[in-house]
Design a protein around this ligand. Sequence first.
Ligand code: NAG
Ligand code: NAG
Ligand code: NAG
Ligand code: NAG
Ligand code: NAG
Ligand code: NAG
Length: 826
Amino acid sequence: MEATCSHLLDLLLISFFLLSPRAFAADTNTFSKGRNITDNETLVSANGAFTMGFFSPGVSTKRYLGIWFSVSRDAVCWVANSDRPVNDNSGVLMVSNTGSLLLLDGSGRIAWSSNSSSTSPVEAQLLDNGNLVVRNPGSANNLWRSFEHPSNVLLSGMKVGKDFSSGDEWYLTSWRSADDPSPGAYTRKLDTAGRPDNIVWQGDVKTFRTGPWNGVRFVGIPEVLTYQEDLFEYQMVISPREVTYGYNVKPGAAFTYVVLTDNGEVRRLVWDAGSRAWQINYQGPRDVCDAYGRCGAFNLCNVSAAATSFCGCVRGFGLASSSRISGRCRRNVALDCAKGATTDGFVLVAGVKLPDTHNASVDTGITVDACRARCLANCSCLAYAAADTSGGGDGSGCIMWTDDLLDMRYVDRGQDLYLRLARSELPPSLALPPPPPPPSRARPFPTGPVIGASVGSLVGIFLIAFLVLVLIRRRRRRRPSNSAPNNSIIPRTPAPTVPSIELSGLRNATGDFSDSNIIGRGGFGIVYEGHLPDGRKVAVKKLIPSSPTEEGSNAFMREVEVMSKLRHGNLLQLLSYCQEGNERVLVYEYMKHKSLNLYIFGDARLRALLNWERRLEIVRGIAKGVAYLHGLSEEVIHRDLKPSNILLDDNWWPKIADFGTAKLFVVDQTDPTLIQSAGYTAPEYSNERHLTLKCDVYSFGIILLEIVSGKRNRTTPTLLSNAWESWNQGRISDLFDPDVAQPEPELLFELERCVQIGLLCVQQSPDDRPAMSAVVAMLNSNSLQIRAPKRPELDSRAEPPLHEADRSTQEASGTSRSSYSSVYLT
Ligand SMILES: *[C@@H]1O[C@H](CO)[C@@H](O)[C@H](O)[C@H]1NC(C)=O
Ligand SMILES: *[C@@H]1O[C@H](CO)[C@@H](O)[C@H](O)[C@H]1NC(C)=O
Ligand SMILES: *[C@@H]1O[C@H](CO)[C@@H](O)[C@H](O)[C@H]1NC(C)=O
Ligand SMILES: *[C@@H]1O[C@H](CO)[C@@H](O)[C@H](O)[C@H]1NC(C)=O
Ligand SMILES: *[C@@H]1O[C@H](CO)[C@@H](O)[C@H](O)[C@H]1NC(C)=O
Ligand SMILES: *[C@@H]1O[C@H](CO)[C@@H](O)[C@H](O)[C@H]1NC(C)=O
């Protein structure tokens, strides 16, 4: 492929290509010891395409040894002494006795060396593709190649990327300026982690990337399709040994090269012989959306969307209110995935430059369907895409992202990305898949006795769902708003996102609200078991009829709207609602196993049903649900967390209830309708009505310790100090509910950490309690450091409860018209 020696014909041909006025001295493409290249001499490749010699870039008078396209002296492709120019015309290139090419200045100082070495004589040759090589005459092995020392130009036949066996990496480095070829601010490297992607760096900051290789091209450069076909073929090598990229011009094609300019632009130039000028076929970055990370994580950049400063969150994500300026997108609804059990799904994000794949994992050997399954099964997988679309159709292979999706934009002929979202965020056709399979290690569970034992105690008991949900704005927390409680602080938005359902449909579902279908009863309504036509079992709560005033109707709709937006795998999901005449009905998920208090405080048999693994899962689930409420842009304080508000589904997956139906109070710390549940209320709230997210953290801590101990804080005033003593003395099993079989040794450690976290949550001072997000992190990692809790104080529980929410005596009082009560059964 490469020319090996010169001959007479070459010499004749060269004479036709001698375009440089100074190149007349070149008589061959090869030189060796005994011939020096001085400043007024050049070496020309056999085909005449390339010339090597001394030049001065731009306005500089300094001399550099370089290689350029013979047709165009300023199209310099390679520079030897880029950072050690020769100041005059005294430079000379020679072959040393030890086998290297040496560039000496007039004083004999080495301005550059190939550093190659050989004990036998060597020669240097400028090949037809512009590659200068050093080798032993007659040998096919090159001791040195200029292509392996790229400057700012990628020529046909060169490659950039990495050779993993030798550790070599080849990349382009920009010139400092048009007059100075010394290394400039930019480099362009092939990122070989993830899917290969050409990335321009300014120092250690990414400024532009082509997007990952898709088997045919780089996905962010669609225009290549318009000129590539006649011009060149990509040469992409992806193997365990090397990942490199280059291109080969097609026979007879025009001269072309890729250059990284001194201001960080990448250009592909093509020589137009007619006009004797270089045409720019491609130049990037092309527009604002090509600027790396122009928009934040989980954004999509759209060049047509100047009104939103080009950025917008991907589906299922929204701007956090605190970060509208930074453009940080946050997930609307947390994913629901644990140990392979998930209700999540994927939404298609079509036609994009795929996000940065640097940290993505890639497998080209599987199908896209297998990729989807693999992503779904791995809770850390946030998105996937085909790795290779060369075969057409959906493509093949798998890219899986597990961290922030960065630098995504719409692009012509872009690729399809599948983004993982919580079930409730999926488009309707994908929504409501069958319920998640139980966690793989969950064993079949005897449910008969549970229901038998619980029905008696359940029927007729309907917990008040005093509202408990508080939406607040952080800045309002200290200075309560004067707005009337009826003024929703939720921005006006259109209809609720859950569908409405006709009353007649609900009558069919519940046997015309037959008494035999009643599963719960409360002051604000009656809860029925219902069966939808599609076979789904639901809980239907029919609220006490009220006279249909416009104000009441608006309040109802507002609350339905808010409830429908709070979506998380650990929150009880509102499925639908109905408002007809004076009837108001809410439809919820059906929770087969009722509420947590039945088990942890139940008889020995019920307690034993929740083994330690399950209890830990429940603790983690509750923490996630609360963290979700706290993490919303309008932070939501639940305010009445307690075991009777934790419902358990078929898989014993916990779902937090009791938010939603009731009024959404703007925080008003003197609001007399605020309630507290004995045993779960944080001291600062009992005493000073100081309500913060940390009040929920306190309640969560109590629930955690109750789950572990099987004792009620309210009736066991020593629970906290006992818990602290057991933890502090390393006798954690003293605390355990004796009706639950002793934990396996490996669980003991987790339980001990769990108790420690619970103790942190019930610290007297709110500042000593961790944020809920930190609790989730600590519960899900066995390696995170956890602070030592202080001994809890006892005074907080001395105060008598204002309201006894575990009793239904107040249900009838109906604190306010819009308190619809949400727990449908407990
Ligand atoms: C080449 O240049 C070197 C260094 O200037 C010099 O020593 C040598 O004699 C030159 N050789 C020829 C053949 O001119
Ligand atoms: C090149 O310059 C050297 C002196 O630097 C001179 O001896 C030689 O004759 C010149 N060669 C040509 C072809 O001009
Ligand atoms: C040759 O070696 C010297 C000294 O190690 C080094 O500074 C120089 O960059 C090397 N040159 C090339 C072309 O690798
Ligand atoms: C980009 O924004 C424009 C203007 O808002 C819009 O019309 C267009 O649909 C957007 N493009 C995509 C792919 O969403
Ligand atoms: C990859 O992970 C590292 C370490 O977590 C992080 O610093 C970097 O930003 C990530 N890069 C991308 C492109 O996601
Ligand atoms: C999930 O994917 C990540 C990233 O590919 C991987 O490191 C981790 O081992 C996977 N987890 C499981 C359970 O497969």
